[in-house]
Design a protein around this ligand. Structure first.
Ligand SMILES: Cc1cc2nc3c(=O)[nH]c(=O)nc-3n(C[C@H](O)[C@H](O)[C@H](O)COP(=O)(O)OP(=O)(O)OC[C@H]3O[C@@H](n4cnc5c(N)ncnc54)[C@H](O)[C@@H]3O)c2cc1C
Length: 395
């Protein structure tokens, strides 16, 4: 079978590897001109790592992953440790250590593992035409390609998403999550947080955090609740962060001082999409952010895209009636779980960003002196329903 995948992000490349390993002829098209992921890094929780293990990349991913042994919360203003505990129970209960990884490293690994010869960059899909026997894909330069199946892994602003919706369905729109995220990579520094811990400073609905990634680096990020559409120029550098975190603890000042905006600083407004349940039409289906655009509040967006790749691989390997039937079964296996994670992330974002200050104050209070049991239960709860666990859940 010939499969065209639109989008060479984490979703498209992982699905491509799965389908290629099943012996299909897979070609990926992406509008980007070079591998330049937006965002510095991300946490791959156990469900995401397990899909990569299934794709044959266990050693490579472990080599990219930071050693995130512990988790700590600190008061943003005073620096006082609110709680600190081991993440070993997450590994023990889910069967896999989670790994924070630099995005560029992960993206390069996935593109290499898929085969760069079959990835066509600089090629923007503009149209799809499914005549019931095959799908013709049209690109912005007027060229076309033809496949038995098309997977739209074309991200949060997916064109394929609109294509697969039923005629007359309401338009699917992205919704602003109420805050802006700044992120990047710096050299790891114990003055900010322990070198093997995910450390988060919290106060006033804002967060400043670091996580270790390979190469003695920290992935850092800041959340700043603010309206959408505020002007920001790259030349502004860390100015908005200096303003928002001016009187925060010494560890946060050390973090701010370590950032070189010319080397690594991204600013991204956070939006999501209320879950919807039509992911397939005929021989075309969507996957990854195209299907479930989430806020990063539980770190599950890419992990969900990896789960999609797993579910699609299993659906293609096991169903024989037709491409249409296979994609409907893939859709059926995924929309409920992926949608639930989007809603969990939204609830968590509401809790942490002081949209209701009393709710966030209660959360801060719950952190003080916590042994981590509730936090670990939440993290494991996001993972145990993953299809990669084959119904076993957490032990
Ligand atoms: C600040 C932030 C932090 C995050 N942290 C985490 C985390 O810790 N853990 C986690 O699991 N997830 C995290 N996520 C979510 C994660 O980044 C996404 O879920 C994931 O990258 C989505 O991958 P994707 O392949 O579906 O989409 P994308 O990476 O967006 O890839 C889509 C690709 O499609 C291409 N494309 C789009 N339209 C077309 C077209 N018409 N023709 C051709 N190509 C096209 C684009 O160029 C792009 O390369 C975070 C997200 C943000 C914003």
């Amino acid at each position: 079978m010939k499969v065209i995948i639109i989008g060479a992000g984490i979703g498209g490349t992982s699905a491509g590897i799965a389908l290629r390993r099943l012996g299909h002829h897979v070609v990926i098209y992406d509008q980007m001109r070079e591998n330049k992921p937006v965002g510095a890094a991300l946490s791959l929780w156990s469900n995401g790592v397990k899909v990569l293990n299934w794709l044959g990349l266990a050693d490579e991913v472990a080599a990219l992953g930071g050693d995130m042994a512990d988790m700590a919360y600190r008061d943003g203003r005073t620096g006082e440790t609110l709680c600190e505990f081991s993440l070993d129970p997450v590994t023990a209960q889910t069967g896999q250590k989670p790994y924070p990884v630099a995005r560029a490293d992960l993206q390069a690994l996935l593109m290499r593992a898929f085969g760069e010869d079959a990835i066509h960059l600089g090629t923007r899909m503009v149209g799809l035409d499914d005549d019931g026997a095959r799908v013709v894909v049209t690109f912005a330069d007027g060229s076309t390609d033809v496949a038995d199946m098309v997977i739209g892994a074309d991200g949060a602003r997916s064109l394929t998403r609109a294509y697969v919706q039923p005629d007359g369905a309401p338009e699917i729109v992205r919704e602003y999550s109420g805050y802006t995220n700044f992120n990047g990579l710096i050299a790891a520094d114990a003055a900010i947080g322990a070198l093997d811990a995910w450390t988060t400073y919290v106060a006033d609905g804002k967060r400043a955090a670091v996580m270790p990634v390979a190469g003695d680096r920290f992935y850092f990020w800041f959340d700043v609740p603010q309206p959408a559409g505020l002007p920001y120029d790259r030349a502004d550098g860390t100015a908005p962060l200096q303003a928002a975190f001016a009187d925060w603890a010494p560890g946060v000042q050390a973090l701010l001082a370590a950032i070189d905006p010319a080397v690594s600083l991204n600013r991204v407004e956070i939006w999501d999409i209320t879950p919807f349940h039509t992911w397939a039409k005929g021989r075309v289906a969507i996957l990854g952010d195209a299907a479930h655009n989430t806020s990063p509040d539980i770190g599950q967006g890419a992990c969900s895209a990896l789960e999609d790749a797993f579910a699609l691989g299993i659906a293609v390997a096991t169903n024989t009636l037709s491409v249409e039937d296979t994609l409907r079964r893939y859709e059926r296996s995924r929309t409920e779980r992926a949608g639930e994670l989007v809603l969990r992330a939204r609830r968590r974002g509401d809790e942490t960003h002081a949209y209701d200050p009393d709710v966030t104050a209660a959360w801060y209070e719950s952190l003080r002196g916590s042994d981590g049991t509730g936090i670990i239960r939440g993290i494991v709860g996001n993972i145990e329903g993953s299809p990669i666990n084959l119904g076993v859940g957490a032990l």
